[in-house]
Design a binder for this molecule. Sequence first.
Ligand code: HEM
Length: 425
Amino acid sequence: MNTPTEVPTPTEVPTPTVGSPDLADPRFWRLPAPARAEAFAELRRRPAPVYFGDRATGRGFHALVRHADVVEASRTPAVFRSGPGVTTPEPPRWVRLLFGDSMVNLDDPRHAQLRRIVSRAFTPRLLGRIEEDVRRIATALVDEVERGRPEDFVGPVAAELPFQVICSMMGIPEESRRTILGLVNRTSAGTGVARTRRGRLRVPGRGLAALARMQGIVAEIGRERRRRPAEDLISALVTADVDGRRLTGRELGAFFSLLLVAGVETTRNALAHGLHLLTVHPEQRALLLADLDGRLDGAVDEIVRHATPIVQFRRTVAVDHELGGPGGPLLRAGEKVALYYGSANRDETVFPDPEAFDITRTPNPHLGYGGGGPHYCLGAHLARQEMTVLFRELFTRLPGARSLGEPVLVPSSFDHRVRALRFTF
Ligand code: HEM
């Protein structure tokens, strides 16, 4: 037993053994889902997180794969810093200088300041007002589905809803929306694919010319609203509050891009996975349709747990830290850790039978929106609202709506992206 003067020795962190899966290798992310799930299950059984890459040169990361470890890293921001970046690879310095740092990559005090300003968009009062817009947009989309019978669920429905919702929240004029959508698609078509020695992998942060044009359009709208404020979010963000705080044109552009990436891609992937999960689990679908009002909230949470739209974000360790308390695995200052939300959401010590898709799962403390702490998803409530409203509209009016075949997925270590999903009703 330890006496108070005894300090437990930290546990050594293992490196992967030859032949075991390598999360840093793009080929790992092309493996079939069951093989990846098995690899993560094996990593969760190890006594300490595994370091992938070359620890001596610092080129690599500790893989945090357990629920408790992801929660600890998310809620201890003094140790686990978001700067200089949470995506891998991190955006080059000149990109950050040009486009302004996005709040996901910042630490306090700048993060707290920015978050206070942009939280104006997410007050219950504003979200209540947006709910009307979400309903109107969802109804129009289901009208369009009935009329046009599109083959693909992703472009015309799953991506369109969150895009329209964000544009209407921000107050982007109708005539600019198509241009912006074209630019977003160009940004994220290029986003994503990193050429590495061993292949290509989707990563965030490319498509810069399109991104620059999009931010230019938004900054222009910002200048216009500063002169003539309207009842929208851009106006709220560019006009000073009582303490004189407001966003600069560059910060506004960076925030809008973040909303599009964080709010559109994630929600679209969740909606597409959701429709597919409810198709391949007919008993869960029957359960849901038997009591939409009673079970939709649980279904939406279970979809986000099971599909986990964001695979991982990264943190940088600020000071030497023993994970889980004294005697735990030693993470050294300057090292990187990757928070694998999908693995945390399959942690069998928290979720009984984690592979099962169960819309009645209670409790469901999944980490799909992050592990808590200062960066917890700002749009979690809005995302739930969008999914609930769309599925309610879809299944009430078209109860036969279902996917056809398998979704077309894009291999990625960053998000669980669906490129296309055929569907019918
Ligand atoms: C199913 C949909 C969504 C998922 C799965 C999701 C997931 C996440 C995750 C994992 C994080 C990082 C949390 C952390 O680092 O602790 C995050 C952050 C964020 N999300 Fe979401 N998100 C979704 C929808 C949205 C929507 C609709 C919006 C806004 C319209 C949004 C805005 C943001 C913002 C602004 C941040 C950064 C917060 C900060 O750094 O302080 N998200 N989201």
